[in-house]
Design a protein around this ligand. Sequence first.
Ligand SMILES: Nc1ncnc2c1ncn2[C@@H]1O[C@H](COP(=O)(O)OP(=O)(O)O)[C@@H](O)[C@H]1O
Ligand SMILES: [Mg+2]
Length: 475
Amino acid sequence: MGKKKAGKKKLPKLGFLYLDYVLRFFDHSNFRGWPDKIETVTYHWKNDKKRFIKEVRKKKIDVLIGNIPATAYETFREIARELPHVRFIPSMDTQFSNKSKENVTRFAWKYKLPIPQTHIFYDRAKGYEFFKNTKYPKIVKRSYGPSNYGGYFVHKVDSADEAIELFETKKYHPIYTQDFVPMEADIRVMLIGHKPVCAFWRRPPEGDWLTNTSQGGSMDYQDVPKNVLDLAVSVSKAANAEYWACDVAYGKDGKVRILECATAFAAFPYIRDWIGQYIMWSLSNGKFRKPHMPMFNWEELGKIDSSLLRTMRHIAFGKYTPSYDGAYFDDKKKAYGDGEYYIHELDAKYPMMDIVPRDYEEWPSEKWNFQDRFPLKSVKTMKVENLENSRIEIPTGDEASQELNISREELEELFASIKGLGAKKIKKIFEIFSDIAIVDVLEQQPSAFTCIKGIKDKTVEKIVEKWIDFKEKKD
Ligand SMILES: Nc1ncnc2c1ncn2[C@@H]1O[C@H](COP(=O)(O)OP(=O)(O)O)[C@@H](O)[C@H]1O
Ligand SMILES: [Mg+2]
C-alpha cells in the first residue's frame, strides 16, 4: 500500500444538519481536531425548504452531516436534489431505511438480504383477502412512525378475524405484515465504514416475544455469532453507509434475519466520537488518522457500567504490531465461527472501509414514495382510534436519548405540573413506558400517551409544550 500524502488540498467545508425538536446525533465535540469552522444549519419544519437551501448555499457548505427523521425524509430528498454539489452524510439513499419499515423491506428485497417473509398492501381489500388465506401467527406492524412502546405498534395476530379487526380500528397504512419468527433474541450491531464496532444481544423478558430493552429485556455483549456480524456487514455495504445499525433476529432455527436497520440509532457518545473521527479521516485525504476499533472491543467495554460508559469520550486503541506488543496480543485467541482467531486476524477480516458516494439516485421518490402516492382515502369512514389527532410534527428517529440528562424525578415533576395529570395517571405512565422510553415517546410520538385512560389529546398537547420548555431550559 502506498503512503497517503497529507496533501495540500483544502478540506471541505462541513455543516451539521439539525432539525428543531430533534435530538442531535453529532456536535462539534465529536469532530475534535477539525481545524476549520463547522457550520450549523437548522431546519425549522413548516415550509422551511427554500430558506434552508439558501442558508446552505450562503455558508458554502460542501458536506452536510446528520440524520434525517422519518417525517422529514421526503422533504430532504427534495432539498438534496436542489443541492447537487453538497454531499449528505449519510446520503439520502443510505437513509432510505430510516423512513419506514416498508422501506427497510424494499431495501432488503432489492439486495436479497434475509428478512422475515413480509407482505405489504396499499389496497385494504387485497390485504384482507390475504389475511383470509394465510397461515398464523402473523406479526402486524405500523410501517411508518415511531418505535414500538409497550407493544403498541407491533402486534401478534392468530387469525384472520383478529388481523382484520386490528385494521378496522387502526389506520395503519399500508398493511404491513410478517410471518412470526420464533427467535432466541435480537441482536443490534453498529458499524462504521462496514466494520462492526459494537454489538449486543437483546433478550426478551421471560415468556415475552418482544425484545426492546425499554421493556425490561436484558443486554449482553458476549459472543455475538459470526453469521450475525456477517449479515450486518452486508447490509451496511448494500446501504453504502458511513455508519449504520442493524437489528438482526437470531431465529430458533439458527437463521438470521434483518428486523430493522437505520443510520439513526441510540449510541453512546464515544461511538459518535468514532464516527466523527471516521468521517474526518474519510474527508481529509489522509490528513486525519483512520480510527482503529478492535473487533469485540464491545465485549470488554460492555463490562463497564453504562452510567460511566455514557461519560467516556474519545476512546482510542493502539494497533497490533508484531514486533512490539505481539506478545500481549498473541496469547489471546477468540473462539469465533468455527475456529479460533487472534483479534488482529479478525480485524483484518472486518476492515473499516471508506465510503465512495454514489453519483445517482437509487431510491427516487417518484417511484418509491408509495405512502404519499397511495394514501388511505377511506380512513374517515373507519372506526379509528384517536391516536394521531394530536400528532404535532415532531419527528421520529431513534436518536440518542441519553444525550439529554433527565432524571426520573424531573420527569415526574414535569408531568405533575400539568393540570389533569394526577398521581395515578403519572404512575400509570411510568408503568407502561419505562423511564428511557418516556423520553422517546415525548420526542417521537407523544400521542401514544392517549393509550392511558383519561389522557386526552388536549393533555398530550400540554405535555408536549412543557417538554419543549424543559429542553430549552436544559440547552
Ligand atoms: N416477524 C417477527 N417475528 C417475531 N417477532 C418479531 C417479528 N418482528 C418483530 N418482532 C419482535 O418485535 C420487536 C419489535 O419489532 P421491530 O420490527 O423491531 O419494531 P420496533 O422496534 O419499531 O417496534 C422486535 O424486537 C422483535 O422482538
Ligand atoms: Mg426494534
